[in-house]
Design a protein around this ligand. Structure first.
Ligand SMILES: *Cc1c(COP(=O)(O)O)cnc(C)c1O
Length: 389
């Protein structure tokens, strides 16, 4: 370890230990101390563990009522939710879709599943989400309108959709992004996989665009084991989403009629049973994660070289993953901190490798990405589970 980063790494370890009152901690662990055992047992007892049963409908109803979306459609995972949302937004072969370079690969993969091409754009420091000003300037420069479509002048492709992602639970600047979507005729779909429970100007994440998508993977704020959902206020889209994710089967007592190529993307009843219990716990998880933020904020206050990521003004974060940010981008310092913390039993992680550096996405179009490239060398996620304090 370099002489510069060693004292910093130890200060960080001491600060984390002082908050969690323990030597070791995972990055994010689920917790099953509510009705999880009861609902899962009830589901097993019913024998309806798979494609039929009451919990899927119940989970969808409760998700909609919690988020304020008119409809929620539960699916197999967050990536499947994104895939279907993009397909329902009309994304198809050869289209381009604006995606932040700073995201988990699922956002870009879902675009690829539609035969479309991710077009990577930059993020900003204060939200870790898509940068509004630079995106507007960029689109003014590279696109033109034709028959109500936004055309990339250099590739000739339609820029059909944009997928802002709410990084680590912090809301992107939706006012600015929705205005761009409207002005340039681009559909907006929120990748809200990380932000269940976060709000922007009092409204829940996932309810702003044409659709929003959630993930209930084991490391997310609530989990169904594996799972996801599509949120929408449009009844027709909700119906289409349900149909497409359940093999496009026409309801009938015995006949197998499928009226298009659908997907087996449904959420099994067993997973939804777990989800119902987890959703009941969400308010206490959120309160606990907010308390953890407050404790970390005290512990990191005044420390030179790093700062703790705070929720953007005008929004309320779920604080899914707590983030310390190196004051200066420096991959050596970052890696030294990652090494020392993980060696000592404190699990930490860097940001994702930016999408345009990954082998499948190196040839994709992209805007200048100066902020994402800095953030990649600044972000360190630290233990974030509910009930660490
Ligand atoms: C977790 C996640 C997803 C979806 O992941 P699944 O594992 O498929 O549920 C999508 N986008 C982002 C940004 C995520 O963090």
């Amino acid at each position: 370890m370099s002489s510069v980063s060693e004292p910093l790494a130890h200060q960080i370890i001491d600060a984390i230990r002082s908050v969690i009152g323990s030597d070791k901690a995972a990055l994010h662990e689920p917790r099953f101390k509510g009705n999880e055992w009861q609902y899962v047992k009830d589901c097993l007892d019913s024998t309806f563990v798979s494609t039929v049963g009451k919990y899927v409908g119940l989970f969808e109803h409760e998700l909609a009522s919690y988020t304020g979306a008119k409809h929620a459609v539960a699916v197999a995972n967050g990536t499947a939710a994104l895939h279907i949302a993009l397909e329902l937004a009309g994304v198809s072969e050869g289209d381009e879709v604006l995606v932040p370079a700073l995201t988990f690969i699922a956002t870009a993969n879902a675009v690829s599943y539609c035969g479309a091409i991710p077009h990577f754009v930059d993020s900003v420091h204060d939200t870790l989400g898509m940068a509004v000003g630079p995106l507007r300037d960029y689109l003014q420069h590279i696109s033109e309108q034709s028959n109500g479509h936004c055309i990339n002048k250099s590739t000739g492709k339609v820029i059909r959709a944009m997928v802002p992602m709410h990084t680590f639970g912090h809301m992107a600047d939706l006012d600015g992004l929705l205005a761009i979507a409207r002005d340039f005729n681009i559909a907006l779909i929120e990748d809200a996989a990380e932000s269940l429970g976060s709000t922007y100007q009092g409204k829940h994440s996932g309810t702003f665009g044409m659709m929003g998508t959630l993930s209930f993977n084991g490391n997310k704020t609530i989990t169904t084991g594996g799972g996801g959902a599509i949120l929408t206020n449009d009844s027709e889209i909700a119906q289409r989403a349900k149909h497409l994710t359940t093999t496009a089967k026409v309801p009938h007592r015995w006949a197998f009629i499928h009226d298009e190529v659908g997907y087996n993307y449904r959420m099994p009843n067993l997973n939804a049973a777990l989800g119902c219990a987890q959703l009941e716990q969400l308010p206490v998880f959120l309160a606990s994660k907010r308390q953890l933020y407050a404790s970390y904020a005290k512990a990191f206050e005044g420390m030179t070289g790093v700062s703790l990521m705070k929720e953007p003004t005008g929004s309320h974060s779920n604080y899914w993953l707590q983030t310390i940010m190196l004051s200066k981008p420096d991959v050596e310092v970052r890696d030294a901190v990652l090494q020392a913390t993980n060696d000592s039993g404190i699990m930490t992680r860097p940001s994702w490798t930016l999408m345009h550096r990954l082998k499948p996405y190196q040839a994709c179009p992209r805007a200048p990405l100066p902020v994402s490239e800095d953030l990649e060398q600044q972000i360190i996620n630290i233990p974030s589970s509910a009930f660490l304090v």
